[in-house]
Unconditional design. Structure first.
Lengths: 549, 217
């Protein structure tokens, strides 16, 4: 009786210590209350079928794909639709730069790369069993319907391949999934469904985006006026409107300035912009102030004023990650250190052997810059000048003179990433795997890179170092209620939020030093002159008792 | 020639003066707040007041310009060099010697030569500079997309601000002038009551007494 709790405790501690992704701690998704306060899902309302009444779902299912088969037997065209979307393909080619983007290929400055680590990373792929290059993207039977449509909060995913033995413990001891129960209780995705992955990108709660955290599962009105159950109770798809399982709104294809607004009467616009609901003259009282604010729409993104800070609501975001310190062990074992307690009381790791050092922040004031929606990524193929650090993982275009640009808020993520010093390229690291080259378990970065590059036939000089990188995350969620929008002087002031934004004359911020000096001299000189004149009159009048008109 | 108290500022003129005073003071206080010289007024409040006051002032100016030309009062502002030297000499020297102001208000000429030139310059240089630059500034939303608009706005703002400083200096001198001679109150009184002491020819006196008895005391 005394041994069992001890074993459980040590297992629990190990799992915490070695957790390569905090995402896991958010499985299963917390139960959502069905029907009592349904979330609003854009043009779709759901509720046209009670899945408990479908015979095909009233049986035990041996596996997820079996459920999918049942789903597709009624939703006959959905598989074909679904396989076109990015949640399935993880693949996006930028039509302007022709860069090959998508999670399948990209390097980010968090957990580096999904490629080669799909066994772990593809837990967030909306499919079953992607663990390596052999995954069949043409088999609609591999689609995971439940991860998005489960409304019971009891569904969860585990890695598609086993990692190092030390890692696998953290996926043990989960409650069994009752697939039949879940399949009968599906519905339109709620925030918790999308959030299972999108709130936990980068390996933990709000690590990556800064404006997407578990606090949005049930946010206060102050945190997010649209998503709050006290407000509009929007599901993600209320804005990310969906057509044939393709969603509007993408970080690869950003609409920085939407001049289409609400569209023509009756026209449906498949965009996730603020303007698609609020129009292009959103401040409607007709007052001088509102007219003036409407003029700002041409040059300032809605998000700039209406999201005063990100990482609000008690969940911190990661601002800095240092891979240089990863790999330290105690007695040959990996370990972690707490060092940050966030607003909601939860502890966050500030060091993990498998990842390095982290810095967190909350209620972060964004950085602001002109942005026209176009990103330029540093991909695995990009060669860079190692002296020109930091390297922008995703540089972006925009300026005052670019008609498509507006001033946008960004989270700026700073990371020391491993790179190939010989070739001047970023590298794929082999983090996940039950082998002696996976970094998570062996802590040998050199081996991990060599394997990560070799698996995809990529050149590696054999020498690695660490490079400073920056990634930019346009901030667009956590929209505050209007009374919390920025006051004018947050920007129209010296040392204000837009202090570094160039190309505009900003009243209150900008002034000509010499003009102001001349003006102050003129005014003070005039006052001084009149005082002197008056004083002379008073003094000299004593000598001349005559009339003084 | 007799010195009598005569109505020289009609009720419209007095309304014009005081409304303009209130609006210009509002514009100055809110304008320099927008410029960022002080932050005690919220920016949105300052912008709203500045804009409303500007529109009201423009309306007032249109009205007063119409009035000046329809009533013939524009003639009071015609510049003249005659007597200008004497007035300048008085303010820079004679005043300290206890001399009497050299100018006598006439019924057909209520401003001394220095006043006439100063007010004319205000009407023809400073006011147009500020309202033209102000309107261009206000309508930035309509031309913000043209090439070099941002640089253009900077120049507009520069002219607007420079003119504002000049108008502030004018206001200071204008108010100081009221302290010269009789009491401050005595100088302000004509702009309140409309009546001031004017040298009248016998013909003017006879005309006013006979035909405009309410204009002469």
């Amino acid at each position: 009786m005394h041994v069992l709790p001890g074993i459980l405790l040590s297992l629990a501690l190990m799992s915490v210590a070695l957790a390569p992704a905090q995402a896991r701690t958010n499985w299963p998704t917390p139960p959502v209350v069905v029907d009592t306060n349904p979330q609003v899902s854009g043009p779709l309302t759901g509720g046209t079928a009670d899945h408990r009444k479908f015979e095909i779902l009233q049986k035990p299912f041996a596996s997820g794909p079996d459920v999918t088969k049942a789903c597709l037997s009624c939703h006959t065209e959905t598989g074909k639709h679904f396989m076109k979307n990015i949640h399935w393909t993880w693949d996006y080619k930028d039509p302007v730069t022709n860069q090959q983007l998508g999670k399948k290929y990209l390097i980010n400055n968090f957990c580096t790369n999904a490629r080669g680590n799909e066994g772990m990373c593809a837990q967030c792929h909306a499919g079953y069993g992607w663990k390596d290059e052999s995954f069949d993207f043409t088999n609609e039977g591999n689609i995971d319907c439940l991860v998005c449509h489960d409304l019971t909060g009891t569904y969860y995913k585990t890695p598609n391949s086993s990692g190092n033995a030390a890692c696998s413990v953290m996926f043990e001891g989960k409650p069994a999934i009752d697939l039949s129960y879940i399949a009968q209780r599906v519905g339109l995705p709620e925030r918790a469904n999308c959030g299972a992955c999108h709130f936990n990108g980068g390996g933990g709660d709000n690590v990556k985006h800064g404006d997407l955290s578990t606090a949005l599962k049930s946010p206060s009105r102050e945190l997010d006026v649209h998503m709050s159950p006290q407000g509009l109770n929007f599901a993600c798809t209320a804005c990310h409107v969906t057509k044939d399982h393709v969603w509007a709104g993408s970080r690869y294809d950003v609409i920085a300035k939407d001049e289409g607004g609400q569209g023509k009467p009756g026209q449906r616009r498949d965009v996730a912009t603020c303007e698609s609901c609020h129009g292009v003259t959103p401040h409607q009282s007709g007052s001088i102030e509102h007219r003036k604010l409407n003029h700002h729409v041409a040059s300032v993104a809605c998000q700039t004023c209406h999201i005063p800070a990100f990482a609000r609501g008690g969940v911190a975001t990661m601002m800095d990650w240092d891979w240089r310190t990863a790999g330290k062990t105690k007695d040959g074992e990996g370990y972690h250190e707490h060092g940050y307690t966030q607003g909601n009381g939860q502890e966050r790791y500030t060091y993990k052997s498998i990842k390095g050092n982290f810095t967190y922040a909350e209620n972060v004031v964004p950085e602001y810059a002109w942005f026209n929606g176009q990103m330029h990524y540093t991909t695995i193929d990009s060669r860079f000048d190692t002296k020109a650090q930091p390297i922008a993982i995703n540089a972006f275009d925009g300026s005052r003179d670019d008609i498509r640009s507006r001033i946008w808020p960004f989270k700026r993520m700073h990371t020391w990433l491993p790179f190939d010093t010989g070739n001047g390229t970023l590298v794929y690291t082999h983090l996940w795997g039950d082998d002696n080259e996976a970094y998570w378990g062996n802590y040998d970065m050199g081996k991990s890179i060599a394997r990560g590059m070799k698996d995809f036939g990529l050149p590696y000089s054999g020498q690695f170092g660490f490079v400073e990188t920056i990634s930019y995350w346009p901030i667009t969620h956590m929209v505050a209620p209007k009374e919390d929008a920025l006051a004018c002087r947050e920007c129209h002031a010296q040392n204000g939020r837009l202090d570094t934004v160039e190309g505009v004359y900003l009243p209150g911020r900008d002034r000509n030093y010499w003009l102001d000096l001349a003006g102050v001299l003129l005014v003070s000189g005039t006052i001084g002159g009149t005082l002197a004149h008056g004083l002379m009159r008073r003094l000299l009048r004593k000598h001349h008792k005559g009339e003084n008109h | 020639m007799a010195t009598r108290r005569v109505l020289i500022f009609s009720i419209f003129e007095r309304f014009w003066h005081w409304a303009q005073m209130a609006l210009i003071m509002t514009m100055l206080v809110t304008g320099f707040a927008i410029h960022g010289l002080y932050v005690s007024i919220p920016f949105d409040t300052a912008v709203t007041l500045h804009t409303l006051a500007a529109l009201a002032l423009l309306a007032l100016w249109i009205l007063s310009t119409f009035w000046l030309f329809t009533t013939g009062n524009w003639k009071h502002y015609m510049p003249t060099s005659e007597g200008l030297g004497q007035v300048l000499r008085f303010y820079s020297y004679g005043i300290f010697q206890g001399e009497r102001h050299p100018y006598r208000k006439a019924y057909w000429r209520k401003h001394n030569p220095l006043q006439a030139i100063a007010y004319l310059a205000l009407k023809l240089v400073l006011f147009p500079a500020i309202w033209i630059s102000g309107l261009i500034y206000l309508f930035y939303f309509a031309w913000g997309d043209v090439r070099f608009a941002a640089a253009g706005l900077e120049w507009v703002a520069l002219i607007h601000t420079a003119t504002a400083y000049a108008i502030l200096a004018f206001v200071i001198i204008h108010v100081y002038m009221l302290t010269i001679g009789h009491s401050f109150a005595a100088h302000v009184a004509p702009m309140l009551t409309g009546f001031d002491e004017v040298d009248l020819t016998p013909e003017e006196e006879a005309y006013l007494t006979a035909d405009e008895p309410s204009h002469i005391r």
